[in-house]
Design a protein around this ligand. Structure first.
Ligand SMILES: Nc1ncnc2c1ncn2[C@@H]1O[C@H](COP(=O)(O)OP(=O)(O)OP(=O)(O)O)[C@@H](O)[C@H]1O
Ligand SMILES: [Mg+2]
Length: 219
C-alpha cells in the first residue's frame, strides 16, 4: 500500500473531525469521497504532514511519516489545494519557483502540456487566468517538483462541466505519461467512478467503506 492510516484521530478546535480511522490507499489512482465536512481535506493533509494526527499513525511506503522531514516529504507528496493559490508573476515564474525548490531545471513547455495548457501560458500573469486555467497552472507547478504522489483536493469543484471534463482528461492522460500516483478528494461519486480505481469513503470523520471503486460505488 502507498498510504496506510492506522487508528487516526484528529481534533480541530476541540471537535473530533477524524475518529479512530483506519484506511489504505494503493499506488495508482485512488480517491477519498464523502459529503461536505466529512473530513476529506483533513485526511489529505495528514498524508504529507501538513498536519499530524492527535493519535494513530500515518504510513507512506510502509514507514511512519513522522520519520520524514516535512518539507522533503511535501515535495515528494505534493498537495494541490482546493482553491488555487498561485504566486504573483507569470505562470513561468510559478513553475521556476517550484523547480528551484526541488533543485531541478524545469521543462516549462512540457510541464504546461502535461497540465493541459499550451506554451503561450508561460508568459501569462497568474492572477489574470480563469479559475480553471489557474487550477491547471497549479498542476503544472506541482509537476515541476517531480512528485511521486499528487494529492488533489476537489480539483474540479469550481469548474463548469466542460472545463471539468478537460481537467479530468488531463489527469487521466497524465498517468499514462508520468509515473505518479493520484489521491483525489471528491464529493462527486460519479467523478470517483470516472477517475479512480480505489475509494475510501468517509462520513462524519469515520471510514464507512473502502475498496475497489467498481465494488464500493456500483451503480
Ligand atoms: N481550521 C479549522 N478549524 C476548525 N475546524 C475545522 C477547520 N478546518 C476544518 N474544520 C472542521 O473539520 C471538519 C472536516 O472538515 P474538512 O475540511 O476536512 O471537510 P471536507 O470533507 O473536506 O469538506 P468539503 O467537502 O466541504 O471540503 C468540518 O466539521 C470542519 O468544520
Ligand atoms: Mg474539503
Amino acid at each position: 500500500m502507498l498510504f496506510e492510516l492506522d487508528r487516526v484521530t484528529m481534533e480541530r478546535d476541540g471537535k473530533v473531525v477524524l475518529q479512530d480511522l483506519s484506511a489504505s490507499l494503493p499506488k495508482g489512482a485512488s480517491c477519498v469521497a464523502g459529503p461536505s465536512g466529512s473530513g476529506k481535506s483533513t485526511l489529505l493533509r495528514l498524508l504529507n504532514r501538513l498536519a499530524d494526527p492527535a493519535s494513530g499513525t500515518v504510513r507512506y511506503g510502509g514507514a511512519d511519516v513522522r520519520e520524514r522531514d516535512p518539507l522533503e516529504l511535501r515535495r515528494e507528496v505534493c498537495l494541490v489545494p482546493q482553491l488555487p493559490a498561485l504566486l504573483e508573476g507569470t505562470v513561468q515564474d510559478n513553475i521556476d519557483f517550484a523547480a528551484a525548490l526541488a533543485g531541478v531545471e524545469p521543462d516549462v513547455p512540457r510541464l504546461l502540456d502535461l497540465a493541459g495548457l499550451d506554451s503561450s501560458f508561460a508568459d501569462r500573469t497568474a492572477s489574470k487566468l480563469s479559475v480553471g486555467e489557474q487550477q491547471r497552472a497549479m498542476l503544472a507547478r506541482s509537476l515541476a517538483l517531480e512528485p511521486r504522489v499528487l494529492l488533489l483536493d476537489e480539483p474540479t469543484s469550481a469548474l463548469d462541466e466542460g472545463t471539468r471534463g478537460a481537467v479530468e482528461a488531463t489527469l487521466l492522460h497524465l498517468r499514462e505519461r508520468v509515473d505518479v500516483s493520484l489521491v483525489l478528494v471528491t464529493h462527486d461519486l460519479a467523478q470517483a467512478r470516472r477517475m479512480a480505481d480505489w475509494v475510501v469513503r468517509l462520513d462524519e470523520g469515520r471510514m464507512v467503506g473502502e475498496g475497489h471503486v467498481r465494488e464500493q460505488l456500483a451503480v
